[in-house]
Structure formats: structure tokens, C-alpha cells
Design a binder for this molecule. Structure first.
Ligand code: F6R
Length: 615
């Protein structure tokens, strides 16, 4: 996720773009940049860091006048965050300039082709490939910029929102969208371009939201023309009157970042497997795994280290790796691992999981494992983070920035990456049949739709939250793949509502926690059809006979638990190994609604930090 802002009109573009970028920093904040046409030439300033760093730098670097410009705040996906990889990117001739939000999946093959034609590249980004592809098309086909953008985009696989202009024709900006949002604010003979309306709300409430596969050519004094990228047909612009305030927009209309991020999960999971899960070809492509396949195949065992929610994702991975790839897995709290003189050899593979990529204990565990010769693989969300840099290889989750302190989409995207890894390894080891492998790919591909389905229970979960919001304790139970989900559900409730909650393997209940059960105790039981169903039903009966209040997370159409439980929340059916991706959703919503009803600060709970850089 990145933030895009552009302006074309009679005003000075610089302050509009800078203020707009600040409002879009929630979309990414590892680097920022701006390109202006000052009446004579193109001026570009860009830097690693925040928009404030860009202001400081551009003060020294460029004259800030000009009424056409584009700006960008970055969340790195290709290439670490540094000055060179920051946007805007300029074409080889120096004429064309672009900003881009999204991922061009086939950028490597396009880059090779362009290099063979003499193009050179300064950055590691897919975006620099795109602007040179546009330049190449423009020259080869002898077409105008708009047409060149259209032809180039028809060669591109991936997702994008872009804004491009030519310094020789600066009264025209071309924009396009596929999979990443793009809005145009319509002022009086002026146009604002942005990832959401927040950068231009103070200037105009009239906006056009580009649909997927649409592009627009915006000309000063001449207006806007929208076309379909594929067939060039003209689209009638639909101008909306916005009735929203700034806060609402940054949170996409949600009351909190946490809720927004919960609802982003279908897209985040899709972004995670995009370009990796190739169902039709029946393959999984993950460069970090492929390049190091020998290490994985020769490993005596896999050790997973992480903290908090990422540790729970590691526990889910333990089940998946052992189940599918038949390799022994140990999951360790990074903070314990680093201090207990663990036995590590060169035949160990260590997987470190971290959303932020900055967690001090996880980083220290990595350094320890490396010093003993283990091969270390990172699963991080933040590109270019310390853990991403410290590990020998890795795979990003591509979940986009997670702002809410309580981790939600990071968890499900981590599980997605780890599932892809386990499947890839299982295929290489021959521990999964080809039909089973295909079946897994198909089911994994359908998960985003099923998460969407699960999110539809929101109102029902809100009603359940209202009944139990004043409870002092909660118990969460699950078995097999859903035991880590029980732990995660309890952690979510604790950290944002401050209600004491414990997660347990369902069968362990009778070894202690059962003593806590009375009519005041709500117990969330994950009882999906696949996964020791009958055994969990017996546990539910034990709870019922002690008058505990049962909230069952069940598979759609379940009858047995429905009869026993006080409430049930349904999730769609899927493979047992993929159930955590669905059963987690109602637990996230339950903790969210309870915390809101109790008036807690959901996005910034007391005593917690998003990135724990101290031990
Ligand atoms: C819980 C939560 C924390 C983090 C933990 C690890 O909602 O956010 O438990 O999961 O601090 O952080 P990362 O994944 O950044 O290493």
C-alpha cells in the first residue's frame, strides 16, 4: 500500500501535495517523494523516511513553484526503502515521471526485455520498469502519452494505481487503476488526484472514483476523459458529492484502524498469495524458498521463533509443516529461545515471523541462530525492516501497513505465507499427492471469499458482545489447528478490552480450567466440522453440565453444537489446515466489539506498542 497525490490547476502544487501526503501516511511511510513542473523543467525530490524528511530535503534540493505535480508516500514491496527506490521514478530519457501504488508481478520479464533494448535501471523497483515500458511504447508506436500508458498497461500483470506526466506536455496527467484505489477531486478548473479523498476534501467535495481497469487523461482547461484500459471505450464520469470528514476517510469509513484492518483481510490474503499461488499451472512460486530448497530439504528440523500474535501464527505453521511436509517443527518464544542456550546446528532451518520486522527478541534469536550456522528465513510484513535484512532469505506477507496495535491481518497473512511454504516443501519432498496439492491450492484461493462471508456475521457478533461485555473472565478452547486460534482469540480480548482471558487446548480443560466454569463464565469453543469435532462436542457437553455460557464457532449448517451452545457463529467450510484463516475472524470481531462497548482505546491500548524494539 502506498499513498498517491497529484495536482493540476492554477494553484501552487507543492503545499497541496505535501499536506495530502501527510494525510496519506497511514498508507505507508518508509519513503516519500515529489515531482513538480516549474514552468521550465521537471524538479524531483525524494528520500527514505517520512513526509517531514521530504520537506526538509526538498527545501534544499528544489524550487517549489509549479502548478503541476505528483507525490508519493511509500510502503515498499519491491526494493528496500531507500532514496533511489523512492518514487517518483523517471524514464531513461528524463521526460516521463511516474508514481505507483501496487505490484507489477511480471516486472522481471519486462525488465529483461527492456534491458535487451538498451534501457538501464537505477532502482530495484517494478515502477521504474513500468515508466520505461511506457516510454518504450511511446517511442516505438509513435503515440501520445495516454495511448502509450494504455498499451503498456495491457502488457502488465498485477495491481496498480498510477499517475504519469511528460515534462514536455505538463498540462496533461494520465492516471490509471487496477486493484489499488484512485480518486479525482474536481475543483474549479483544477484537478486533484489521490489514493483517497482526504488530500482534497478541503478544496472540493466533488469526486470521481476510478473503477478497476479504467484510466483517465486529465488536461488543464480541458477536463477529464475516462476510458477502459482494455477496449478503449469511453466511460461517462460519475461525479459523487462527498459527505464525509477527514478522519472517516483515513480509516476508510471504519471507526477504528483495527476494524478497517479486519475487513481488509480478504484483500490482504489475496495480495499475499498473488503471483505465488498459480492454481492453473498447479505450482507455488516463492523465490526465497526456491533458491534455498536444498537447505529446507536437508533440514533435520524447522525451528520457528516469534512473539505474541506472530508466535501464534508459528504454532499454526507447526501443524501445517508437520502435517503436509512431514518435517519436525519446534515453535519457540523468541525471548525464551535467545536466553536458554538452545542446541542449534547447521542442519537447522530457523523461521522468524514478525509483522514489524523490528521486534528486539526475535532479532536477537535470529542473530543467535545465525552465529551457530543455522539457515534463517524471515516472514515479515515491513519491507526492508531489520529482520528482513538480517535473515538469509525470506517472504514478505504484503498485508499493507498495520496501524491498529492489535494484530489482525498480519496474523492471517502470516499463516497464508507459511501455508504456501509448507505446500511448496511438501511438493518438493513428495509428501503430498498431486491431487491433494491441487485441492489445497483451490481451497486456499477461495479463502478470501470465505473470509468475506465470515465478516457478514458482524452484527450477530456485536449482539453477542453486548451480552458478555461485562464478564470478568473468558475461556477460549480449540483443538488441533484451532488450538493456536484459541490462544490468539484470548490475546485479542485481553489486549484491547483488558478482560482476563485464557486460551487452552479443549482437552486440557479437565486438567484445571474446568474448575473456573460456572454460570458467569463465557467460553468460546472452536468446533468446526473438520478437526476432532466429536471430541470437542464432548467438551461442550462438559461445559454445559457446569452451566458455562457457550459461544460456538462452527461450520455453516452445523446442527449438533447449535443444540448445545448458547450462541453459535458460523464460518464457511474449508480444509482443516485452512480453518484458522476463517475461525480467527469472529474472534477478532468479538474482541473488537467488546472493547468498543467498554469504551477502550481500541487502536492504542494501554501499555502496548506496535513495534517492541526493547527486550
Ligand atoms: C498482538 C500483537 C503483539 C505482536 C508482537 C510481535 O496483537 O500485536 O503480540 O504480535 O509484539 O510483533 P511482531 O509481529 O511485529 O514481531
Amino acid at each position: 500500500m502506498c499513498g498517491i497525490v497529484g495536482y493540476i490547476g492554477p494553484r501552487e502544487a507543492y503545499p497541496i501535495i505535501i499536506e495530502g501526503l501527510k494525510r496519506l501516511e497511514y498508507r505507508g511511510y518508509d519513503s516519500a517523494g515529489i515531482a513538480l513542473f516549474d514552468g521550465n523543467d521537471l524538479k524531483v525530490s525524494k528520500t527514505k523516511g517520512k513526509v517531514a524528511d521530504l520537506e526538509e530535503r526538498s527545501d534544499k534540493e528544489i524550487t517549489k513553484n509549479g502548478s503541476v505535480g505528483i507525490g508519493h508516500t511509500r510502503w515498499a514491496t519491491h526494493g528496500v526503502p531507500n532514496d533511489v527506490n523512492s518514487h517518483p521514478h523517471i524514464s531513461n530519457s528524463g521526460d516521463l515521471v511516474i508514481i505507483h501504488n501496487g505490484i507489477i508481478e511480471n516486472y522481471e520479464s519486462l525488465k529483461k526485455e527492456l534491458i535487451s533494448r538498451g534501457y538501464t535501471f537505477k532502482s530495484d523497483t517494478d515502477t521504474e520498469v513500468l515508466i520505461n515500458l511506457i516510454e518504450d511504447v511511446k517511442k516505438q508506436e509513435k503515440v501520445k502519452l495516454g495511448k502509450a500508458v494504455q498499451i503498456a498497461l495491457n502488457q502488465v500483470i498485477g495491481a496498480y494505481a498510477i499517475a504519469v506526466f511528460d515534462k514536455n506536455k505538463p498540462e496533461e496527467v494520465v492516471i490509471a487503476r487496477l486493484g489499488s484505489p484512485l480518486a479525482v477531486g474536481i475543483g474549479e478548473d483544477e484537478f486533484f488526484i489521490a489514493s483517497d479523498a482526504s488530500p482534497f476534501l478541503e478544496y472540493t467535495k466533488d469526486a470521481i472514483y476510478l473503477e478497476d481497469e479504467e484510466m483517465a487523461i486529465i488536461r488543464f482547461h480541458k477536463g477529464i476523459k475516462i476510458r477502459k484500459i482494455k477496449d478503449d471505450s469511453l466511460v461517462d464520469p460519475y461525479i459523487q458529492k462527498l459527505q464525509i470528514n477527514l478522519e472517516q476517510i483515513e480509516k476508510g469509513g471504519f471507526d477504528h484502524f483495527m476494524l478497517k484492518e479486519i475487513h481488509e483481510q480478504p484483500k490482504a490474503i489475496t495480495d499475499t498469495y498473488r503471483g505465488r499461488l498459480l492454481r492453473k499451472e498447479a505450482i507455488i512460486k516463492m523465490a526465497g524458498v526456491e533458491d534455498n530448497m536444498k537447505k529446507f530439504l536437508n533440514a533435520d528440523r524447522i525451528i520457528i521463533v516469534a512473539c505474541g500474535t506472530s508466535w501464534h501464527a508459528g504454532l499454526v505453521a507447526e501443524y501445517i509443516f508437520e502435517d503436509l511436509a512431514r518435517v519436525p517443527v519446534e515453535v519457540e518464544y523468541a525471548s525464551e529461545f535467545r536466553y536458554r542456550n538452545p542446541v542449534i546446528t547447521e542442519k537447522d532451518v530457523l523461521i522468524a515471523i514478525s509483522q514489524s520486522g523490528e521486534t528486539a527478541d526475535t532479532l536477537a534469536a535470529i542473530k543467535l541462530a545465525k552465529s551457530k550456522g543455522a539457515f534463517v528465513f524471515g516472514v515479515c510484513n515491513v519491507v526492508g525492516s531489520s529482520i528482513a535484512r538480517e535473515t538469509d532469505a525470506g517472504a514478505y506477507t504484503h498485508a499493507g501497513p498495520e496501524i491498529g496495535v492489535a494484530s489482525t491481518k498480519a496474523f492471517t497473512t502470516q499463516i497464508t505465507v507459511l501455508t504456501l511454504m509448507a505446500l511448496r516443501l511438501a511438493r518438493a519432498k513428495g509428501t503430498i499427492s498431486s491431487s491433494d496439492f491441487r485441492h489445497h491450492l483451490l481451497e486456499l484461493e477461495m479463502i478470501p471469499k470465505k473470509v468475506e462471508e465470515s465478516l457478514k456475521s458482524d452484527a450477530h457478533i456485536q449482539a453477542i458482545s453486548d451480552i458478555y461485555k461485562d464478564a470478568s473472565n473468558f475461556l477460549y478452547l480449540g483443538r488441533g489447528y484451532n488450538f493456536p486460534v484459541a490462544l490468539e482469540g484470548a490475546l485479542k480480548l485481553k489486549e484491547i478490552s483488558y478482560i482476563h482471558a485464557e486460551g487452552y487446548p479443549a482437552a486440557e480443560m479437565k486438567h484445571g480450567p474446568i474448575a473456573l466454569i460456572d454460570e458467569n463464565m463465557p467460553i468460546v469453543v472452536i468446533a468446526t466440522k473438520k478437526g476432532h469435532y466429536e471430541k470437542v462436542v464432548s467438551n461442550i457437553q462438559e461445559i454445559k453440565s457446569r452451566k458455562g455460557k457457550i459461544i460456538g464457532i462452527v461450520t455453516e449448517g452445523d446442527v449438533q453444537v447449535k443444540e448445545l451452545a448458547d450462541h453459535v457463529i458460523e464460518v464457511p467450510e474449508t480444509l482443516e489446515s485452512l480453518t484458522p484463516l476463517l475461525t480467527t475472524i469472529p474472534l477478532q470481531l468479538l474482541s473488537y466489539h467488546i472493547a468498543v462497548m467498554l469504551g477502550k482505546n481500541v487502536d492504542q491500548p494501554r501499555n502496548l506498542a506496535k513495534s517492541v524494539t526493547v527486550e
